[in-house]
Design a protein around this ligand. Structure first.
Ligand SMILES: Nc1ncnc2c1ncn2[C@@H]1O[C@H](COP(=O)(O)OP(=O)(O)OP(=O)(O)O)[C@@H](O)[C@H]1O
Length: 236
């Protein structure tokens, strides 16, 4: 079963935000939703996750799924260690012995095992966001929704965390939806890039990213070409 939103309309009072938005989210691919500030990206995510009703239109495939989330701020629990922050979220979904195995396996895989007893306050912003992303990846869900996950990071940290995400993505299949207003982020992370217009918001264009994950990091020339194509469609 695929995931889809079809002909979604949403207004807040007189403010028309989403105006007939349809997107197909390919399974195990990353769809980036790129749009100007205030165009309704978070509104759409809330509709997809069932937190907000649409005025009109259909949400298909998401209804009975577990969904993992990553937000702009890390949302780690300050009084729990890195290990317990992850354990807390998957408790109830996986039994205790398997939880320990899975958490340790993933912490090792991404080279963060050293930090497992650390508390969030003693970690940098980039490290906290890496833990949040890791936690969402370990959470047993088909779908991962990320709302501007790199927005609060400085440019160097953003690069580290972006690569971290791509490596995790290689290790485990997930259908990811990432909201951003950053063209480079969309070009690097998105297998499909959906560009929104200004409000009332429609889909301006959907661009398929044909670059391999390696090229997105290393082939600056090809990445620049893709960024130019996106730029040509994107109204700030
Ligand atoms: N509960 C609400 N009541 C009234 N207006 C709202 C509500 N939530 C959002 N809006 C308005 O709807 C529009 C879309 O908001 P939304 O947060 O979905 O946009 P966004 O694209 O995620 O914005 P940003 O990029 O700034 O995070 C904005 O103009 C916002 O002010």
């Amino acid at each position: 079963m695929g995931y889809e939103v079809s002909n979604i309309h949403k207004s807040y009072g007189d403010l028309k935000v989403l105006d007939d938005v349809s997107i197909k989210f390919e399974k195990n691919m990353t769809t980036c939703i790129l749009g100007p500030s205030g165009c309704g990206k978070t509104t759409l995510l809330n509709i997809i996750s069932g937190m907000l009703p649409a005025d009109k239109g259909k949400v298909i495939g998401f209804e009975n799924e577990n969904i993992g989330f990553v937000f702009q701020e890390d949302r780690l629990i300050p009084w729990k260690s890195v290990y317990d922050n992850i354990d807390f979220v998957i408790r109830g979904k996986i039994d205790k012995k398997n939880r320990r195995e899975i958490i340790n396996k993933y912490l090792n895989l991404v080279g963060l095992e050293y930090y497992k007893d650390y508390y969030p306050n003693s970690l940098s912003g980039g490290m906290k966001q890496r833990i949040s992303i890791l936690r969402a990846f370990i959470y047993p869900s088909e779908i991962l929704i990320m709302d501007e996950p790199f927005k609060s990071l400085d440019i160097n940290t953003k690069e580290v965390v972006t690569k971290f995400f791509l490596n995790l993505k290689k290790s485990r299949d997930k259908t990811c939806i990432i909201v951003t207003h950053d063209i480079e982020e969309a070009a690097i992370l998105g297998d499909n890039i959906t560009i929104f217009t200004q409000k009332p918001t429609k889909v301006q264009r959907i661009i398929k990213n044909r670059l391999s994950l390696e090229d997105r990091i290393k082939n600056k020339e090809e990445l620049d070409k893709l960024k130019k194509t996106i730029e040509g469609e994107f109204v700030f």
